[in-house]
Design a protein around this ligand. Structure first.
Ligand code: PHE
Ligand code: ZN
Length: 884
């Protein structure tokens, strides 16, 4: 925390470092009260620089000794303040030695070296290394590290760092020493160290060139039985990266460590990934189907970073999406290849439309490559990750898979061992393919969600169908005017008997496209038209298939058009999407009826369509489940924010009414499908089973709105379940729809059964934080008093406070504003203890402009926070930007 108001830094002011650090030697002495860090840095002036002074980063460090080229420095020969160490009169190459004392035990921010339960671990991305020792803590300074760790043998038998273990020995006082050397130069943010009493599972992987790699997952002894899924996922990811990208692993050992206290999901430190236990441990009893899929995709994500992030890294933190956008795209394709592609696209589109569009339309909106920031931790956002991935996906779509792969090969070949920019990535794609991507680059610099307003015009005499497309993008902070983007618009045309053959004017006639019913139109001007010829009947356009671009589409579909697309389009994603649009319309009508004091009547067309889905035995269960689920309250709020503001109560009431009406009309079908899906089989987290369970639980949750008899189904399921997916789904239904006594006893019983499993307890906490029966805020306050809760563990804070603020809209936005005050109070406490967490939790409050009813109270809470003394830069940035 600094005294002066934190200042923004700007991409346009980027300067290369004056010195480089080709070699770094670290020696850690870990003790119970403190740790000593002896650092030896070989500093070499950057060719082209003439600097003789150097400012190294360092925070919360106690400097005990300092020497240059072996000579101890005296006061006046260097300067230290709370963020840096400055050296002057430097020769071209020097050796700097420092000894600093740090206090990992007191590090509640979980950044730098800290303690998680009984183990030491590190988290250095983005700027945590400077809390370990004085360094040039910036990603364009890449160094070869060797690391010596000394610690008590009994408490810390396992000592890990990056690279290869090269030595090990006993020391006096029952201590021991291990030495690790990483041959690959890396930025400090990829440094990692772990010390603890850990057990491990081990496996091997043979790479495409025949090298054998040892794979190890380190966990607490009690969790040894929950590592298998992660290990299998890792091996699948390693193989996939060889097959799809030609990328081979580059060391003989790959380690993963699970820690309980972690601000994020996981971290790709070179050959020593550190994971939040919630993203690595998995077992049928403690992990839901969604949890299994998340473990697989995060293990893959971190592994993929070995190339997209580590071998080729970012020049500066403005380029964060260079590694994150690309790596999210890679892990999404991996998941799509492993499971069901349409479903993965549905999940990702939902995330983008709900949360990323909201971010991009709010006060923190920023481009995929931000121009400025105060605190980089605030920019690990959906925009950088998910929109960044969508941007890479669009390049993939525009180039096609072969040319994309060639571009990727060129990128890795050109930049191996370098710290580069998003432009370098696009250059490689452009140079290898010959496709001009100059206009496309605007996606990296322009914030905001573009909108395509599309209309269709059928000329029966000429047998033509014209699509008129207008693109626009709303103003965002600092960017009042926008330029047209290149937007790949995947589409088809639906006729009475299915999708029509497409013939675009200007395209060679009868062109031999493999799929003649699907096209990707390249939208690149403010206004343009596409003319299809030889169209035998008036079609319904199927637009933005596969969510081919992160944009909103407006087209004046009739309800019948949407039904037709939903039931018959050839593209799975488009079918789901049409259903969602029909639901959004229907739910909007219910809200209007409610506001006008009319009786609520759900669109019968929607009910019929859903009945059709339930009766369609050919439809894959997972797809049926996705198509039956109504858009979430946050999705509806985001859509409404675009049109005057969200009525939280109205959205909730409309949605609950619709659920009841659907169940009322389709009770038999829902019960039938539920029974059909409840197959007794040994649990496995595999697609087909997951689909059946998801569909069964969707049906059950509809049925539960019908009353006691159906709620009893949930009680039976809870008793019978042998896996967490079915158990948690049933518990949620009992707690939400059962009577008070039923609710409380089911919750208590569940806790008694699972209190020994932290990750299960966290899901139990989260479920309760999102219940909308009774006084939710009261419940959440009580949960925070529960022995299973602590503000020091980010997973618990997310499960209770985060889930309440973003997953319980009616509770959080209650009319008296108490939800806002509650969140503000937690942020105030965490502001000092864990600034990153505090700033993240705050995000729901920043959306105050979207909520007419809570606008003033939300803003006032932000103003109260803004006036607090001692705001961390993290919280300061979010608060000040959201009030601006
Ligand atoms: N780089 C990590 C990832 O995306 C995320 C992360 C960022 C973790 C910052 C910790 C701190 O995989
Ligand atoms: Zn990542």
């Amino acid at each position: 925390m600094r005294d002066a108001q934190p200042k923004a830094i700007y991409l346009k002011n980027y300067q290369p470092p004056e010195y480089l650090i080709p070699e770094t030697r670290l020696h850690f002495e870990l003790h119970e009260e403190f740790a000593l860090v002896h650092a030896t840095l070989r500093l070499a002036r950057r060719p082209g620089s003439s600097a003789t002074s150097l400012r190294l980063h360092g925070e919360d460090l106690e400097l005990l000794a300092i020497a240059l080229n072996g000579r101890a420095l005296v006061d006046g020969e260097y300067a230290v303040d709370d963020a840096s160490l400055t050296l002057t009169g430097l020769a071209e190459t020097v050796e700097l030695q420092t000894t600093t004392r740090i206090r990992p035990q007191d590090n509640t921010a979980l950044e730098g070296l800290y303690k998680s339960r009984a183990m030491f671990c590190t988290q250095c991305e983005a700027e945590g290394f400077r809390k370990i020792t004085y360094f040039l803590d910036r990603p364009d300074v890449m160094s070869v590290f060797s690391v010596t760790i000394d610690a008590d043998l009994e408490r810390y038998p396992v000592l890990l760092s990056n690279g290869n273990r090269t030595a090990q020995s006993g020391l006096a006082d029952a201590r021991h020493r291990v030495v690790w050397e990483d041959p690959f130069p890396k930025p400090a943010y990829l440094f990692a160290l772990v010390a603890g009493d850990l057990a491990r599972v081990e496996d091997t992987f043979t790479t495409m060139s025949g090298r054998s790699v040892v794979l190890r997952i380190y966990v607490e002894e009690k969790d040894l039985g929950k590592c298998d899924h992660a290990m299998q996922s890792l091996k699948h990811a390693m193989r996939w990266d060889e097959e799809v990208y030609g990328r081979e692993y580059d060391l003989d050992i790959f380690n993963i460590v699970a820690v309980d206290d972690f601000n994020m999901g996981a971290m790709e430190n070179k050959s020593l990934n550190i994971f939040n236990t919630s993203c690595i441990l998995a077992s049928p009893e403690t992990t839901t189907d969604v949890g299994f899929e998340r473990v697989e995709s995060i293990v893959a994500h971190e592994y993929f970073h070995n190339w997209s992030g580590n071998r080729v890294t970012c020049r500066d933190w403005f380029q964060l999406s260079l590694k994150e956008g690309f790596t999210v795209f890679r892990d999404a394709e991996f998941s799509a290849d492993r499971g069901a592609r349409d479903l993965k696209r549905i999940e990702d589109a939902t995330l983008l439309r709900t949360a990323q569009f909201a971010e991009d339309g709010g006060p923190m909106a920023h481009p995929v490559r931000p121009d400025s920031f105060i605190e980089i931790s605030n920019f690990y956002t959906l925009t950088v990750y998910e929109k960044g991935a969508a941007v890479v996906r669009m390049i993939h779509t525009l180039l096609g898979p072969e040319r994309f792969r060639a571009g990727s090969d060129l990128y890795f070949e050109r930049h191996d061992g370098q710290a580069v920019t998003c432009d370098d990535f696009v250059d490689a794609m452009q140079d290898s393919s010959g496709v001009d991507l100059s206009q496309f680059r605007r996606w990296y610099s322009q914030a905001g969600t573009p909108e395509l307003a599309i209309s269709g015009e059928y000329d029966a005499d000429a047998r033509t169908f014209a699509l008129h497309v207008t693109q626009s993008c709303p103003a965002t902070p600092g960017q009042p005017d926008k330029l047209p983007l290149v937007i790949p618009l995947a589409m088809g045309l639906l006729g009475d008997a299915g999708n029509l053959r497409l013939q675009l004017q200007g395209e060679p006639a009868g062109s031999e496209l493999a799929d003649n019913t699907h096209r990707v139109l390249e939208v690149n001007a403010a206004e343009q038209s596409f003319l299809f010829t030889d169209v035998p009947e008036k079609p319904v356009p199927s637009l933005l298939r596969g969510f081919s671009a992160p944009v909103r589409v407006r087209y004046d579909f009739s309800r019948e058009d949407l039904c037709a697309l939903m039931m018959r389009d050839g593209d799975g994603f488009a079918r789901w999407d049409a259903g969602q649009q029909l639901m959004v319309q229907a739910l909007g009508n219910l809200q209007t009826q409610r506001r006008d004091g009319e009786a609520l009547a759900l669109d019968p067309l929607l009910v019929d369509a859903l009945g059709g889905l339930l009766r369609d035995e050919q439809l894959e269960p997972a797809v049926a489940a996705a198509m039956l689920a109504l858009p979430g309250e946050n999705t509806l709020a985001e859509l409404a924010s675009h049109a005057g503001g969200a009525d939280v109560e109205g959205i909730h009431a409309a949605r609950e009414h619709a659920r009841g009406a659907i169940a009322g009309a389709l009770g038999d079908e829902l019960a039938g499908v539920y029974r059909r899906c409840r197959v007794s089989e040994e649990y496995a987290p595999v697609g087909e089973q997951i689909g059946r369970r998801t569909l069964a639980n969707v049906c059950l949750s509809y049925l539960a709105t019908l009353g006691e008899a159906q709620v009893a189904l949930a009680a039976t399921q809870l008793e019978a379940a042998d896996n967490l997916t079915d158990r948690l789904a049933a518990l949620q239904i009992l707690a939400q729809y059962g009577e008070a006594s039923q609710r409380e006893s089911a919750l208590q019983r569940f806790y008694d059964d699972w209190s020994h499993e932290t990750l299960v307890v966290n899901q139990w906490l989260q479920l309760q934080a999102m219940l909308t029966v009774g006084d939710s805020l009261e419940r959440v306050r009580a949960l925070m008093e529960h022995p299973a809760f602590t503000l020091d563990n980010p997973n618990k804070v997310r499960a209770v406070v985060g889930a309440f603020a973003s997953g319980n809209p009616t509770g959080f936005h209650r009319a008296d504003g108490a939800g806002y005050g509650f969140l503000g109070g937690i942020v105030e406490i965490l502001n000092r203890r864990n600034p990153q967490m505090a700033a993240r939790l705050l995000v729901p409050l920043t959306k105050w402009r979207n909520y007419p009813a809570g606008r003033d109270a939300m803003r006032e809470e932000l103003q109260r926070l803004a006036a607090l003394p001692d705001l961390s830069p993290d919280v300061y940035e979010v608060v000040s930007k959201s009030l601006a």
